[in-house]
Write a protein that binds this ligand. Structure first.
Ligand code: ADP
Ligand code: MG
Ligand code: MG
Ligand code: MG
Length: 392
């Protein structure tokens, strides 16, 4: 049943909704807590007394709280998020939370409670390894990207899907926060005074900005496949055995390399936050993500491809090479914006000593620039690893 007006839920109206949806047995004592950590959405965790697993109700707010200001934001993103989760469930059902109910007017998604898992970023910061993370994310990327691209989906069906995932408000956030603001003297940027000189170097670096402009243009125009759009390690729940991708409210049709690049960038940010000798698990995950992605994507291309040119020599290799090059460039932009832009990461900000924070952030800035500049020649993990050490 669809509600006729939008209003933000409270802990008690969230419980009332769960009861009305019969998501709990009658007579159970329910507990509800708002656990959202973002500035865009409410997240209610509802559990029955004595039970481990409850439910999650995520509701979009009609504005974002940004540096004390209120920035209007379409509620349509809740529908985009639930559609993206439902769509992903067709191809990678074990890698996303189950969706129980959606309401477009209330802008809510009611979904599986994943509290038994940990947000990957938090675990990686604690030094956890999550041995299956890259296997799972490589598979997630290959399947979600292939089946929504013109390589795996009839172009007429694809265009209907493109329409369904038009997402201008959230794309604008990425266009500004990832591809524009960090490269200009804009007051939403945020960085320590110790970084002023490094940041001014970036703002003055015309050849670098030319490369960022090209990457931004790809993001604006290249509708290769349905992206998650916000695939950082804070959008992934993980354990030793399970991986679940959440929070696809930024989903839209964009360039094949974007999700891969954001994921790799966030592994690199964690690597940079660690001492050199502790970085190996991150490099292994980056390498394995790419290997699993290319292997699975290749298999799908061969066995389920719909593009008549799929058997032309070199086409698959070209498509993968282009995705890799773009991913490295997008990763560079993400590394820089997470260091000096509006939205930071705990991997760097949470380092316990200011001098080490500054060193790690200077390292991140140098690395980000090299990734952007050299994305056409970086062709292996060895290469990527050497850029991490030479920019130390
Ligand atoms: P936002 O779009 O505001 O970033 P997220 O979807 O990332 O919202 O959720 C914010 C937080 O809420 C997550 O970091 C996690 O702690 C919690 N959360 C979200 N979805 C679930 C879920 N399905 N199960 C358990 N906790 C969740
Ligand atoms: Mg709270
Ligand atoms: Mg989130
Ligand atoms: Mg989000």
């Amino acid at each position: 049943s669809q509600h006729s007006i939008y209003e933000p839920l409270t802990e008690s109206t969230a419980v009332a909704l769960a009861i009305r949806l019969r998501l709990f047995k009658e007579g159970q004592v329910l507990h509800c807590e708002e656990i959202g950590d973002g500035n865009l959405n409410l997240v209610f965790h509802i559990t029955a007394q004595g039970k481990q697993k409850g439910i999650i109700i995520k509701q979009a707010l009609p504005y974002a709280k940004v540096v004390g200001e209120s920035w209007p934001l379409s509620l349509k993103r809740a529908t985009i998020e639930s559609n993206a989760l439902l769509f992903a469930a067709e191809y990678v059902p074990t890698l996303v939370p189950k969706v129980f109910y959606t309401d477009e007017t209330l802008a809510i998604t009611v979904m599986e409670d994943l509290s038994h898992l940990q947000i990957a970023r938090a675990g990686l910061i604690e030094g956890k390894t999550f041995p299956l993370l890259s296997e799972h994310i490589g598979t997630y990327l290959a399947k979600t990207l292939f089946y929504t691209s013109d390589f795996g989906l009839e172009p007429s069906k694809k265009k209907l899907l493109v329409q369904k995932f038009i997402n201008p408000d959230l794309c604008k956030i990425t266009e500004d926060l990832v591809f524009t603001d960090p490269f200009f003297d804009i007051d939403t940027n945020s960085f320590e005074p110790e970084l002023q000189k490094d940041v001014e170097e970036i703002w003055a670096d015309q050849p670098l900005k030319f490369e960022v402009a090209k990457l931004k243009q790809k993001f604006l125009t290249q509708a290769d496949a349905l992206l998650h759009g916000d695939l950082h390690t804070g959008s992934i729940f993980a354990s030793e055995t399970e991986t679940k991708v959440i929070d696809p409210e930024f989903a839209f049709f964009g360039p094949l390399g974007f999700d891969i690049g954001q994921f790799i960038a966030n592994l690199l940010l964690n690597a940079v936050s660690r001492a050199e000798q502790d970085r190996e698990p991150l490099f292994t995950h980056i390498e394995n993500t790419w290997d699993v992605f290319t292997t699975a994507f290749t298999e799908l291309w061969i066995n389920e491809g719909v593009e008549v040119y799929r058997n032309v020599d070199g086409y698959l290799e070209y498509a993968l090479q282009q995705a890799f090059e773009d991913a490295i460039g997008f990763a560079g932009c993400e590394v820089i914006r997470r260091t000096i832009g509006l939205a930071h990461v705990a991997d760097l900000d949470g380092i316990d000593d200011l001098e080490r924070i500054i060193q790690a952030k200077q390292h991140a800035l140098r690395l980000g620039k090299e990734l952007i500049r050299n994305r056409k020649t970086i062709d292996s993990l060895e290469n990527l690893r050497s850029y991490v050490s030479t920019t130390e």
